[in-house]
Design a protein around this ligand. Structure first.
Ligand code: M6R
Length: 363
């Protein structure tokens, strides 16, 4: 049932405020405690975390690496499952392995998990389907409570993965004495506000629709982001490729001059994900490099960022204000909607894109 939407993907994008709230409700108590399922994991006993996944779930892991390292001060290694499993890396003592999968059945992710079993101290998984193979073979399972996801392009599972991973980071920071009570309370309060902020972002639909009409004409599109926006840029490019069949690449903005800038001309739209945060100025100089070569910048930012730089951009998409650590969850909305509207403009099969399966259970 598409609940009045044209596609399952549109329905699942629209459900995000509700499912994020649902995920939070499962893990945060009314008195502000983070309540994880049993068995309890002791983050003071862990010196290193390995995170493994495929596709969009891998980008959720990349985002969580920034959070784990900055907030909980745990070194994190992230890898795609198909590389990790055949590389057979040494697993250090006092380490945990964390697998992220919507379906819980992805063959490479499951094989990576089996490789770690007996070597890592703890196997954790963040999954959407609780009765899945990955869940069954984990010591600690964190369901994301996103509800059934039908669209092949993952949307609500991604933002719920991020929400649950962020809570895990806060819990790790708490265990390790890396966060004080006030900061923790502030993060939890920001999370409580998030479903409403995501609803507001969904309202920027008209701007995204306009930008998508431009994207639909392009043969190649670049996505740029720094810090927490880098994994999100990767996710935006994957979404666009999957459902619109437009060639899209993402780069860390600082990498632009190390090669991809050679691609820029007036035919290449460049989507820049850049909230007005500590890295904004740096990203602005990358946008100027793009524009000096007649590249067309579509800037996704907040009111302050757009006031500072929007004039010069080809198009802008305004996001509401949110605490900087939570920008990946909020900016997932324009990443998804840009791809969605572009695909609709091109008339592709949004829910069943060619060559793709919802669950990749073969290698
Ligand atoms: O079920 P999983 O989360 O393990 O699936 C992983 C990838 O196959 C999946 O995220 C894929 O990249 C999606 N089609 C992305 O939209």
């Amino acid at each position: 049932d598409k609940a009045g939407h044209k596609h399952f993907m549109a329905k699942e994008i629209a459900e995000q405020p509700a499912v994020i709230a649902q995920a939070l409700g499962h893990y945060v108590t009314s008195d502000g405690q983070i309540n994880l399922p049993k068995p309890d994991i002791d983050f003071t006993a862990i010196d290193r975390l390995t995170m493994v996944a495929c596709g969009t779930a891998y980008y959720a892991c990349l985002t969580a690496k920034y959070w784990f390292e900055q907030i909980a001060r745990i070194p994190v290694e992230v890898d795609v499952a198909s590389e990790f499993r055949y590389r057979e890396p040494p697993i250090p003592a006092r380490s945990a392995a964390l697998f992220v999968s919507q379906s819980g059945e992805t063959a490479d992710t499951l094989a990576a998990l089996r490789y770690c079993a007996g070597k890592s101290d703890t196997i954790l998984s963040v999954i959407n389907v609780p009765e899945s193979s990955i869940a069954r073979e984990s010591d600690l399972v964190l369901p994301i409570h996103a509800g059934v996801e039908v669209g092949v392009a993952s949307t609500k599972a991604f933002t719920c993965q991020l929400t649950v991973l962020f809570l895990l980071v806060l819990r790790a920071a708490q265990d390790r004495g890396e966060i004080d009570a006030d900061t923790l309370a502030q993060h939890l309060s920001d999370l409580r506000d998030l479903p409403n902020i995501v609803s507001t972002a969904l309202g920027a639909n008209a701007e995204m629709h306009q930008a998508a009409i431009k994207l639909a004409e392009a043969r190649d599109v670049l996505f740029l982001g720094r810090g927490l926006m880098y994994p999100l840029a990767l996710e935006g490019a994957l979404k666009l490729k999957e459902i619109s069949y437009i060639h899209a690449e993402a780069y860390a903005a600082g990498e632009l001059k190390h090669g991809p800038i050679a691609l820029i001309d007036k035919h290449v739209p460049v989507v820049v994900m850049a909230p007005r945060d500590a890295l904004f100025e740096k990203t602005v100089s990358n946008m100027q490099e793009v524009m000096a070569r007649k590249g067309r910048v579509i800037l996704v930012s907040d009111a302050t960022g757009i006031a500072e730089f929007g004039q010069e951009a080809f198009a802008t998409i305004e996001m509401p204000q949110v605490s900087s650590v939570l920008t990946p969850i909020l900016y997932a909305i324009p990443a998804q909607l840009l791809a969605y509207h572009t695909a609709v403009a091109k008339g592709t099969d949004v829910d069943q894109p060619r060559n793709l399966a919802k669950s990749v259970t073969v290698e």
